[in-house]
Design a protein around this ligand. Structure first.
Ligand code: ATP
Length: 243
């Protein structure tokens, strides 16, 4: 059984369907990367998994248990954490308070457990520790991205969803973020990451490509990375374009 299973998922906005009945599964311990052009439905997919959009039909299962239909806090408590598109941190609150809020579904685990997870996040992103008392809204885009991911890690998810990890970051900073995500994955968290930057491919066990609300490729990240033809067909790369 896969850790995360999406079957025949349909959802959209109002009467507008976006996801046309998509199915895919992610194995425990893996990193899956979802590519696709703007408007393909990637954000819709991760938001639906996180419970932010209603499931019209189909099912989302975590470790065999149905999580579609649960309210977002219940989805977080079940073990799915989301770092949303656009680094939605709480701008008027400090870095530390943002992180503490990320652990609110874990309140019953106690302060010691929360403090340990904060230390873990600071280990991943030392910059957040340096800036722990700074208001989140005054940090750079890259730092806010780190905070958004760190806040999602605070719920100690089994599956971490990251929407657009590298958007607006310099290539160097994007690589740093990918490396940290890979470390989070090595520490036992299954990762689903939405990306438009193929620089993430070396970290992808699984690659998914989405077009117009359907999954058009679901295969090994290494196959996509190696095959110029696949990249050209699915990612619209022209030859010689490897970035
Ligand atoms: P991007 O990289 O631009 O975020 P995406 O692949 O994540 O692209 P989605 O944001 O999931 O794509 O959008 C899929 C479709 O749903 C698009 O046609 C978009 O216009 C539409 N859509 C997204 N959000 C809403 C909304 N709140 N209300 C109505 N339609 C929406």
């Amino acid at each position: 059984m896969s850790l995360l299973e999406i079957s025949e998922l349909r959802t959209g906005y109002g009467a507008l369907p976006v996801l046309q009945g998509i199915s895919f599964a992610v194995e425990e311990g893996q990193t899956a990367v979802m590519f696709g052009l703007n408007g393909a439905g990637k954000t819709t997919t991760v938001n639906a998994i996180a419970g932010l959009l209603p499931t019209w039909s189909g099912e989302i299962r975590l470790d065999g248990k149905v999580v579609s239909g649960l309210e977002p806090p219940k989805v977080v408590a079940a073990g799915i954490g989301l770092s949303p598109e656009g680094r939605r941190v709480f701008p008027a609150l400090s870095v530390l308070t943002n992180l503490r809020l990320g652990a609110w579904t874990r309140k019953s685990d106690g302060k010691k457990a929360t403090d340990e997870t904060i230390e873990r996040v600071f280990g991943y992103f030392p910059r957040l520790e340096e800036r722990k008392d700074q208001l989140a809204g005054t940090m750079s885009g890259g730092e806010q991205q780190m905070l958004a991911i760190g806040r999602a890690v605070m719920s100690r998810p089994r599956v971490l969803l990251i929407d657009e990890a590298s958007l607006g970051l310099s290539p160097k900073l994007a690589q740093t973020v990918f490396q940290v995500v890979s470390q989070i994955n090595d520490d036992g968290t299954t990762v689903v990451i939405v990306e438009q930057n193929v620089g993430v491919l070396p970290y992808a066990d699984q690659a998914l490509i989405m077009e117009k609300g359907t999954i058009t490729y679901d295969g090994l990240g290494s196959d996509l990375e190696k095959s110029g033809d696949l990249r050209k067909t699915y990612l619209g790369e022209t030859s010689g374009d490897t970035t």
